[in-house]
Write a protein that binds this ligand. Structure first.
Ligand code: LLP
Length: 382
C-alpha cells in the first residue's frame, strides 16, 4: 500500500486511492515491450478510469486514447491526448458526438454498422471534411471470460459480420466523406488465455488474404484491448504480462509492409494502481454467518455485484491480531447483490478497521453511481 496507515486513517471513506508510481512503472513496461516496433500504437481505453490526473499522466507518457462517447473524447482532449491519437468506438454514436469528433479531427472512427457509416458520411460531407474510418468486424470468437464482457461472438451486438466486410468496404470507398483506413476488432475483456488473441490473429490473417484477393489493402489494423490482470495476487503481479501479450501479436499476425497496428488497453493499464478504501461500520453476528458491514458498496464498486468479480480484500489495521474468522463482506446498499465477497477469511475484524479492496483501478470509480442518493467517492493520488 502506497500510503502510510497514519495518512489512510485520516481519509474520509469510502474513497479511491491511486498509486501513480505503479502507473508510471506499468506505462514503462508497455513502452519497453513496444519500443522496437514503430508501427505499434497503444491507445488507453478511457472507459476503465477517466480520472483527469490519471489521463494526464498517460497522455504525457505518449499514449493515444480509445473513447466510446463524446464525453470521453472531451476528457481525452482536456487531458492533452493529441486529437490524431484518438479512436472513437461504440455501436450507438449520437450525431452530436460524431460532430464533436469531426470538429476535433480525431484519428479514427471505428464504425460498427452500415447505418452508422451513412450518417457519418452525411455529417462529414456537410461539414466539408472526411472521416478516417476503420470497420469494427465481429470475428465470431468466444473468448474465455465472463458472459457480460465477451464481445466478439456473432450474437453480440458489436461490429459487422465478417461476410459483409468486402461489401461495406466497397461502399465506404465510394463515399466522399469517408477515408477508409482499415479494420478494428475487440473480442472481450479480462482475457488471460493468450490463445484467444492467437485465434484473433488467425482470423485477421485469413481476412487479409481474402481482402487482398479483392484488391483491398489495409493501412491500419486495430486489435482492441482485453488483456486481463491477476485479481488474486495484486502484489505478486502488479504489472500484467505485457511481454506475452505483445509477442502473441508479433508472432502470429502477418502484418503487411507499412501497416500500422493499434491496441486499446484499459484494465491492464490502471487496475492494479487503484484501491477502494473502506471502513468497517459493524460486525454483525448472523445465525450462521458473520458479516463485515463496510461503508463502501456497489455504488463505489459494482464489479462483484454485476459480474461476480473477485477483488482481494486486506484488513490494513489488524497486523497485531492472530485469530482469523470467515466473513461475508457486504455494503450498506439495499440490494442483496451488494456483497463484495462471501466466506472470506480475514484477521478478526472490528468496527473502525480500514479495509483495502484491491485491484479496483479499472471499472471501479468509472462505474460508480449515485444510487440510494449516495455521493460519488473522493479519490486521492500519490
Ligand atoms: N476496446 C473496446 C472496443 C472495448 O469495448 C473495450 C472494453 C476496450 C477496448 C478495453 O478493454 P480492456 O483492455 O479494459 O479489457 N466493466 C467491465 C469491462 C467492460 C469492458 C468493455 N470494453 C469490467 O469491469 O470487467
Amino acid at each position: 500500500m502506497a500510503f502510510p496507515i497514519t495518512t489512510l486513517r485520516n481519509f474520509q471513506t469510502p474513497c479511491y486511492i491511486y498509486d501513480t508510481a505503479l502507473l508510471a512503472r506499468t506505462l514503462d513496461a508497455i513502452h519497453a515491450e513496444t519500443a522496437e516496433h514503430d508501427n505499434y500504437h497503444v491507445h488507453y481505453a478511457i472507459k476503465a478510469n477517466a480520472h483527469p490526473a490519471i489521463l494526464h499522466q498517460i497522455a504525457a507518457a505518449g499514449f493515444g486514447a480509445d473513447c466510446v462517447s463524446g464525453g470521453e473524447i472531451q476528457a481525452a482532449l482536456d487531458a492533452g491526448f493529441p486529437a490524431a491519437s484518438i479512436a472513437f468506438a461504440g455501436v450507438g454514436k449520437a450525431d452530436w458526438e460524431i460532430q464533436l469528433a469531426l470538429k476535433a479531427g480525431i484519428g479514427m472512427f471505428n464504425v460498427e454498422s452500415v447505418e452508422e457509416l451513412e450518417v457519418l458520411n452525411e455529417l462529414a460531407t456537410s461539414s466539408n471534411t472526411r472521416a478516417r474510418i476503420s470497420f469494427r468486424i465481429n470475428p465470431d470468437i468466444d473468448a474465455h471470460t465472463h458472459d457480460h464482457i465477451t464481445t466478439g461472438r456473432a450474437e453480440d451486438k458489436f461490429g459487422i459480420a465478417m461476410e459483409q466486410t468486402v461489401s461495406v468496404i466497397r461502399k465506404a470507398q465510394a463515399m466522399t466523406g469517408i477515408d477508409f483506413q482499415g479494420l478494428h476488432f475487440h473480442i472481450g475483456s479480462q482475457l488471460l488465455v493468450m490463445d484467444d488473441f492467437e485465434t484473433l490473429c488467425q482470423r485477421i490473417n485469413e481476412l487479409q488474404d481474402m481482402l487482398e484477393a479483392e484488391g483491398i489493402h489495409l493501412a491500419n489494423i486495430n486489435v482492441g484491448g482485453g488483456l486481463g490482470i491477476n485479481y488474486g495476487d495484486p502484489d505478486g503481479h502488479a504489472i500484467p504480462d505485457f511481454h506475452a501479450y505483445f509477442t502473441t501479436f508479433t508472432n502470429n499476425l502477418q502484418l503487411r509492409q507499412g501497416q500500422q497496428l493499434h491496441f486499446e488497453l484499459g484494465r491492464a493499464v490502471v487496475a492494479q494502481m487503484g484501491t477502494l478504501l473502506t471502513r468497517v461500520l459493524y460486525i454483525k453476528h448472523g445465525t450462521e454467518k458473520q458479516f463485515v458491514i463496510v461503508d463502501a458498496g456497489m455504488t463505489e464498486l459494482i464489479r462483484p455485484a454485476l459480474y461476480g468479480a473477485f477483488h482481494k480484500i486486506d484488513n490494513l489495521t489488524a497486523a497485531d491480531r492472530t485469530d482469523s474468522v470467515v466473513y461475508d463482506v457486504v455494503g450498506p446498499i439495499c440490494e442483496s447483490s451488494d456483497t463484495f465477497i462471501k466466506d472470506y477469511t480475514l484477521p478478526e475484524t472490528r468496527r473502525g478497521d480500514l479495509l483495502a479492496i484491491r485491484s479496483a483501478g479499472a471499472y471501479g470509480e468509472a462505474m460508480a453511481s449515485n444510487y440510494n442518493c449516495r455521493h460519488l467517492p473522493p479519490s486521492h493520488l500519490i
